[in-house]
Design a protein around this ligand. Structure first.
Ligand SMILES: C[S@@+](CC[C@H](N)C(=O)[O-])C[C@H]1O[C@@H](n2cnc3c(N)ncnc32)[C@H](O)[C@@H]1O
Ligand code: SF4
Ligand code: SF4
Length: 317
């Protein structure tokens, strides 16, 4: 823990990325209504990163001496769609990186369980937004409740059987108007599934990637009344109708000026929120990662993130 903190401080001082996010797959098998990946999936090139490409990229990045940043293997899309997901984790963990991921767990079958449990994965977020079949399937559109409960339960049971501590399984529940009443039930289901932690997350209204009317309708439909799970204040027009959302956390510093997000096709993106590829900062399969990182273009983009000058940053929370 202390070593990680000191490393982060050192990377900051040296201007190196303090965190890396690499996307194993840019497509998804679900259609969660609040997710931006779904809106942009037709607009952006879909793809799967090849294992050799990933390993080459790691070689480039870790050629920098004494550099060992935390790595998350997800971005847009569902990471387990990539058949080499576990091999990617293994190859990063073998090089001493701490690796995490976030998954909808629909593809966490028996074979994937074994592969992932032995891969060295440190943390696995399971995105799961409902404690009953009806609610869960209305949020995670395309998934089958019983199947995913079974996948997660079998995963933690197998981890126990093998006496493994990792990966730490964090179940992440986006609190909406339609599942808020199931929070206690969710705590109970988490116990039954054997997960290590339940994180309750507030919903982002995807103002950046769909027509305003659509985003507002989604907000009306899904934002809960409970202020503990609302990151917005409503903006109203002269007739009292909601015409926008002002984010209460918008003034917080954005860490993406010190981190890097790499898409499945090798493009460096702006951040985890740029689902629609509004910014492309070169391609790591065509140029060396560090050349891109230190390039004038990327430096300027990092500066403008800090000052929230890019159009996408102005509506972001
Ligand atoms: C885009 S998903 C990609 C990984 C994987 N498919 C999953 O669902 O975990 C990454 C995370 O973003 C979360 N997410 C998607 N839309 C969101 C929203 N509108 N507000 C808050 N979190 C959201 C998902 O629940 C998930 O935990
Ligand atoms: S499973 Fe993940 S990437 Fe897919 S639509 Fe849902 S939140 Fe988005
Ligand atoms: S402020 Fe800009 S860079 Fe930061 S997360 Fe939002 S869109 Fe991305």
């Amino acid at each position: 823990m202390l070593r990680r903190y000191l490393n982060k401080a050192r990377y900051r001082r040296l201007g190196l990325p303090v965190y890396l996010m690499i996307e194993p797959a840019s497509t998804c098998n679900l259609r969660c209504p609040y997710c931006s990946a779904l809106q942009t999936s037709e607009a952006v090139p879909s793809g799967i990163m090849k294992l050799e490409q990933f390993q080459g990229l790691l070689d480039d990045i870790l050629a920098r001496k004494n550099y060992c940043p935390p790595l998350d293997l997800f971005y847009r899309g569902e990471p387990l769609i990539n058949p080499d997901f576990a091999a990617m984790v293994r190859s990063a963990a073998e090089r001493s990186l701490t690796v995490g991921t976030s998954t909808n767990a629909t593809l966490l079958n028996e074979r994937r369980r074994g592969e992932i449990l032995t891969s060295g994965l440190a943390t696995m977020i399971v995105s799961f937004d409902g404690a009953t079949k009806q609610t869960y399937e209305a949020h995670r559109v395309g998934a089958v409740f019983e199947k995913v409960v079974e996948n997660v339960s079998a995963f933690t049971a197998e981890r126990r059987r093998r006496r493994l501590k990792r990966p730490f399984v964090d179940l992440q529940f986006i609190v909406t108007r339609k599942n808020h009443h199931e929070i206690d039930l969710m705590r109970e289901l988490c116990r039954q599934m054997g997960v290590d932690h339940l994180s309750l997350k507030s919903m982002r209204v995807p103002l950046m990637d769909r027509p305003l009317e659509e985003a507002l309708a989604l907000g009306r439909d899904l934002l809960p009344d409970d202020p503990a799970f609302r990151r917005y204040r409503e903006v109203r027009d002269e007739e009292g109708r909601v015409c926008g959302y002002e984010c209460l956390t918008a003034m917080q510093t954005c860490e993406w000026g010190r981190s890097a997000a790499i898409r499945a096709n090798g493009d460096i993106g702006l951040c985890c929120q740029d689902y629609g590829d509004t910014v492309r900062i070169g391609n790591v399969f065509e140029a060396n990662f560090w050349e891109l990182w230190w390039s004038e273009t990327y430096r300027k983009i990092r500066e403008s993130i800090g000052q929230r000058r890019l159009p996408i940053c102005r509506t972001c929370d």
